[in-house]
Ligand binder design. Sequence first.
Ligand code: NAX
Ligand code: ADP
Ligand code: K
Length: 501
Amino acid sequence: MRTILTSGQIRQADEYTITHEPIASVDLMERAARAFVDEFAKRYPQKKLTIALYCGTGNNGGDGLAIARLLYERGYQEVKVTVAHFGSRSTNDFDENLRRLRSRPIPLKEISSAVEVGTEDSDIIIDALLGTGLNKPISGDFELLVKKLNDIRKPVVSVDIPTGFFADEEIPENAACIKSELTITFQQPKINFLLPESFPAVKEWVAVDIGLDQQFIQQLGSPYQYIQAEDVKAMLKKRERFSNKGSYGHALIVAGQPETMGAALLCSAACVHAGAGLTTAYIPQSGLFALNSYMPEIMAIVRDPKSFTQISWSKFSGLAIGPGLGQDDEALTLLKLVTAHFQKPMVVDADALNVLAKYKELWRFLPKGSILTPHMKEFDRLFGEHKNWRQRVETARQWAQERELFIVLKNTYTIIATPEGKVYFNSTGNPAMATGGMGDVLTGVISALLSQNYTPAEACLAGVYVHGLAGDELALPDQRHVVLPHKVAEHVPVVLTKLMA
Ligand SMILES: NC(=O)C1=CN([C@@H]2O[C@H](COP(=O)(O)OP(=O)(O)OC[C@H]3O[C@@H](n4cnc5c(N)ncnc54)[C@H](O)[C@@H]3O)[C@@H](O)[C@H]2O)[C@@H](O)CC1
Ligand SMILES: Nc1ncnc2c1ncn2[C@@H]1O[C@H](COP(=O)(O)OP(=O)(O)O)[C@@H](O)[C@H]1O
Ligand SMILES: [K+]
């Protein structure tokens, strides 16, 4: 896991590293600047580029001055620097870097108001005005300068965070900020980079390691984590030589209506591909033909009232309810039936979530450790309207803790809130996956993992990661516009094999 800290915690980690490594703070700044320049040089290797750095007078500005010097030393000869003295005092490391910069033949202009900025015709702008020290929305000269830089419509690369961007608190409405093409951020993504509001301020980000003390970072106990491949690799279990289908559990997928059988098929098929020993779909009579012709590996129980009393619930080790289920009386009956008889953690998705939103008294029947997989609209139906994603993250965290459930809030960086109060952000997935049926596949994958005896936490974390990775492997190499959910399901075994290699 990569721990995600708030700006305040990052400052603590900086201070701890400075005292205990030990390293002088100006040397830590130099290390950060070097890490920035390494990444910048990879992305923009043309040494003839004209580069304009805009620096504030805090440590973000200090980084900018060090970056200008290091770029020059790397052979970027067309670098120039503008320092914005807009009121805030300068830091010692800024002063030291200004002294170092002055000994180089790099053009330096110091301004005390935004109107002094002339026409800007450089190829690239590096934004080092303000970083994590931001404590209120920018206004006055900062706002004017930011507006000017945005209006130039040249690519902007931000140092650590775009100037004016709130890294981890709720972003105030209409707060002005730099719209960066790329943000090269120190040590870890900032929480708000992982939420939709960050776009277009943060079109793309990359985190570069500046060697902050890892032990100290762990000890800060941040609830926010960013899932990495190693975490999922450590969870996955290989299939044993003397195993049989009984070793991998039996999943029941309660899904589908005559008009939405596709959802049931995609979910059940994904469950088969993700390795459930047996998969049974609990579907309407009219869906039987489609099911049998789509995938013969899936078994069926036909959903007539007689069946309600005939299911032997204990033989299922995993269960999902919801994809394409509808929200009529039958859906309500099924949700009641399932929660009354199935005592293990289950996956609740799609229409079952909408039913749950309408009949709040059903909450208390959900087995502890169950996994809710809402997208944004389902989430707001369950928990009320939210003004922004930062609020959704906190609602998910509170509810998951209070109800002892896992909430998988599907998004670009899917958010997983756990009963322990942790919040994980998924690092896989891409916009080609934004197509109907993709969530049904995710539900199938998670229920397959539950039926194979993975813990609910493992099923959520590994499930979302694997699902996103399958989508990435299909879409990213040749930049596909769209990937189809059934292809993602079919690719899940390939991804699992690679992760277990
Ligand atoms: N040793 C360290 O602490 C390190 C810090 N680093 C850099 O330091 C940055 C943080 O530096 P600072 O804490 O000096 O802060 P900034 O450089 O982000 O901001 C400077 C000052 O601007 C003022 N300010 C805040 N909001 C404002 C607003 N809306 N309008 C006008 N002024 C405002 C604040 O008083 C703040 O201290 C990071 O983003 C990173 O770039 C890196 O060099 C790595 C090491
Ligand atoms: N831009 C994106 N980046 C990453 N993942 C995405 C993106 N768009 C969609 N996804 C993933 O695709 C799935 C869509 O789920 P959902 O909206 O429930 O689809 P459906 O209801 O049609 O089955 C989620 O797992 C989501 O994380
Ligand atoms: K910045």
